[in-house]
Design a protein around this ligand. Structure first.
Ligand code: HEM
Length: 277
């Protein structure tokens, strides 16, 4: 087993939503102080370098926007430039390509037609098992179709929540999953490997997305940002209070909730690992 480590760059583990019991899925949104939008940390520069390489390799598969929304993209670019207090680099390419490497976050744009909010594009260099191709143009409900329980627990509230979000009151939420693979670029939905022993658990990772939602004041579109963070499970074990909260979460989770976290058939081994001395 890896020696237990505790790196400050994994301190985000203390923010994992680990409230035990039902419901299986939660909105979990909280109000965001806009000064905390698009945070820069010790990993940002390396993540932007990785984004440059991924953009060069995958082009419009990872950064594109449906034609007709150029004004909103200009508004978003200005907002980001003011927030970061620097210009985006024009030499990178088109406005959406400049956006792709301006921050460590993926940035997606949602537009409302007469009935529903739809994804109309953005940047997706750190996908957690989905692609722009698969979701662009789709409604919130269709985007979330693979999420077991979404239709029953969240769908009715979502469009209304998006309608009510004001430019002055952005929100954030965080999700998390167990993963076999620490790579940030994971477009494919692959079955996770079976994990039965404590040593096998030691090679797992926690992948989490810190997500924000903010309305553009003029165009009215919604900006969804996704900051991806990955830590070896040893970092969780190195934080015993959070590790115990995780154990309580797992013990009280429904089969559907375990499935949503990629913990099915791994739960007993993960509990053994986290509670072993
Ligand atoms: C308040 C806003 C939102 C809520 C409450 C929400 C909720 C969820 C939940 C519960 C999941 C399952 C995994 C997890 O726990 O995160 C999920 C997955 C996902 N969400 Fe959202 N979501 C929101 C906004 C968005 C937006 C704006 C997009 C636009 C792209 C989006 C795209 C996705 C995708 C692509 C997945 C993975 C679906 C798949 O497996 O194919 N979500 N969302």
């Amino acid at each position: 087993m890896t020696e237990t480590t505790k790196s400050p760059s994994a301190d985000w583990l203390r923010d994992l939503p680990l409230a035990p019991g039902a419901p299986d899925l939660r909105m979990g949104t909280r109000s965001l102080d806009v000064t905390d939008w698009l945070p820069v940390d010790d990993k940002t520069a390396a993540e932007i370098e990785l984004r440059r390489a991924l953009l060069a390799e995958h082009g419009s598969d990872v950064a594109r926007i449906v034609p007709g929304h150029e004004t909103a993209l200009t508004e978003l670019t200005s907002l980001i430039e003011i927030h970061l207090q620097r210009r985006l680099e024009p030499s990178v390419g088109s406005p959406i390509e400049q956006l792709a490497v301006a921050t460590a976050e993926d940035i997606l744009l949602m537009w409302r037609d007469e009935k529903h909010w739809r994804l109309i594009g953005g940047t997706l260099l750190f996908p957690n098992q989905w692609t722009l191709d698969e979701k662009i143009g789709k409604t919130l409900a269709n985007i979330h179709a693979p999420v077991d329980g979404y239709d029953e627990l969240l769908e009715a509230r979502m469009d209304q929540f998006f309608d009510r979000l004001s430019a002055a009151r952005p929100v954030w939420r965080r999700n998390w999953f167990f993963h076999d693979d620490p790579n940030f670029y994971q477009p494919n939905r692959l079955a996770q490997a079976p994990v039965a022993t404590v040593d096998e658990v030691d090679s797992l990772f926690i992948r989490s997305e810190w997500q924000t939602l903010r309305r553009l004041a003029f165009s009215g579109l919604l900006v969804f940002t996704v900051k991806t963070q990955v830590a070896p499970i040893a970092e969780l074990k190195a934080r015993p209070a959070i590790a115990e909260q995780m154990c309580v979460f797992i013990e009280s989770a429904t089969p559907r909730s375990l499935e949503n976290k990629d913990a099915t058939d791994r739960d007993a081994a993960i509990l053994d690992y986290l509670r072993s001395p």
